[in-house]
Design a protein around this ligand. Structure first.
Ligand SMILES: [Zn+2]
Length: 90
């Protein structure tokens, strides 16, 4: 094993978000995966980062519409549809 290529936990953690975004390649990816293979702490941290990353991305993807506003809009659409002549044709 090449010792000069070893990553510290701090280095590994810094790469997590790039790793999760699949922005890592080549040596950086290899040394991070090599570190993860030997470091349980970082495996745990990566798992946490992955969940956090997914949570953040899911939240960002949501439209920023409060629930009661959305409910009102839906009602208006339903009313509009019900009143539209010859509805059902799509
Ligand atoms: Zn580590």
């Amino acid at each position: 094993m090449d010792v000069t290529n070893r990553m510290t936990c701090e280095d590994a953690v810094r790469q997590f978000f790039a790793y999760l975004d699949r922005a890592l390649a080549g040596e950086a990816l290899e040394s991070l995966e090599a570190h993860l293979a030997t470091c349980l702490d970082c495996c745990d941290r990566l798992q946490f980062s992955r969940e956090l990353d997914e949570f953040v991305k899911a939240r960002v993807g949501e439209p920023a519409v409060p629930e009661h506003v959305e409910a009102r809009v839906r009602r208006m659409i339903e009313i509009a549809r019900g009143r539209a002549p010859g509805s059902g044709a799509r």
